[in-house]
Ligand binder design. Sequence first.
Ligand SMILES: C[S@@+](CC[C@H](N)C(=O)[O-])C[C@H]1O[C@@H](n2cnc3c(N)ncnc32)[C@H](O)[C@@H]1O
Length: 415
Amino acid sequence: TVIPGKQWCAVSVPAIFQPYTGSGSGICPPAVDDQSADWSPWAHKPYCVTTAPRRAGDQAKKFCAYTNSRHGSRGLSLVTTPEAAADSTVILDEYMPPYDVGEEKPFKVVEVPNKGLGVVATRHISRYEEIMVDYASLAVEITFASLVPAKTGYRVLHLAVDQLADPESILGLGKSNDLAADEIENVLRTNAFHTILGGMPHMALYPVVSRINHACKPNAYTRFIPRTLSVSVGASRDIKPGEEITISYVTVGQTTAERHKALKHWGFECQCDLCTSSEQEIAASDARRREIDDLRGQAAAAYQEGKPYQALRLTRQVLGLIPSEELFPLYSEQYENIARIYWILGDWETGLKYARQSLDVLREQGYLEDVRPEHLEVMVTNFRQSVGTAGRSGKGKGKMAGGGGGGGSSSQKAV
Ligand SMILES: C[S@@+](CC[C@H](N)C(=O)[O-])C[C@H]1O[C@@H](n2cnc3c(N)ncnc32)[C@H](O)[C@@H]1O
């Protein structure tokens, strides 16, 4: 958003809520680059490159390396556009405790067979307990690699990493292959999370979360916290001391063939408990996952065809099957769908009970700090809009949450 006076404001937030507007003064964080006399709050003068337009009509795009070496003790570097960097300075306002002090952590990083390093629990971890919070050390705008020539791009990436207080936190991360000519690119390919920064997609590195290996039946899940550019990891079930902590790198709930296809670009052969179990166990798991997926699709179709009782029965069947494949992220969606169904049946009291249950699951998982009346109001407004006038005729319109038939829910959500 260009503001008169060449100031920039966060793209997604109305100006009145801008952190830098200071009681409505209208001053937004300025976009700084290598031409600026003052580049605070960044510790170094931004180093910038401008892409050459490839075709007539293409706009040149400027990317710069921005570093605040002190942030969170390891430092934070962004390789991004001046506008996204201006939007992101608010992240630096958050106090980040140095990572290695504070309470004893419930995990340690150790060698694990066939997977390099991994993270294991050092004590019992309860379901939904927060295992760690880790903040990004490096974020790179997603189009940087394709728009900037490789040699120039590597120079910018290395500068961004070298300026950090602890470059080793990035350079020492795992590399599952050396397909790229540059070590930072290999680290990004092996460890980066998709992250939104200043409204733009970025690849971000969270050095401790990056040590968590993938499992097709994970016992933990990640939550992205945009305000602090951090990722929090929660336990999806009780975890025993000594057990490896795992997350899913791909959408959960997929069958073996689907998962392996999705994991292909990570460049490793999955050695998780499910993928290394017997052929019969893998086939049985695939069959259950297909059944859950089919039931979700059938429930969504029944709802749309105005058959709420059938949709209710099918959704209850999905709920019953979730524990067999440990697809815990699906709970909230099923409760929400049952709430919708009761809503169109005109039983608002039961509908509200399930809507609250859906929100309670999100709260327990750490996606909501609290369940407040306004959360329920938003949900109910949503039901009203998707049902339209159909509430009175008992015919379901619109779509149920998740829609069914599309695989499980993603393991990473913004908080
Ligand atoms: C984000 S890193 C995880 C930490 C990594 N093991 C390390 O040593 O730093 C991802 C890499 O770990 C390994 N990895 C993760 N999950 C795995 C799994 N289920 N089976 C085999 N290797 C795995 C692969 O080499 C993958 O490219």
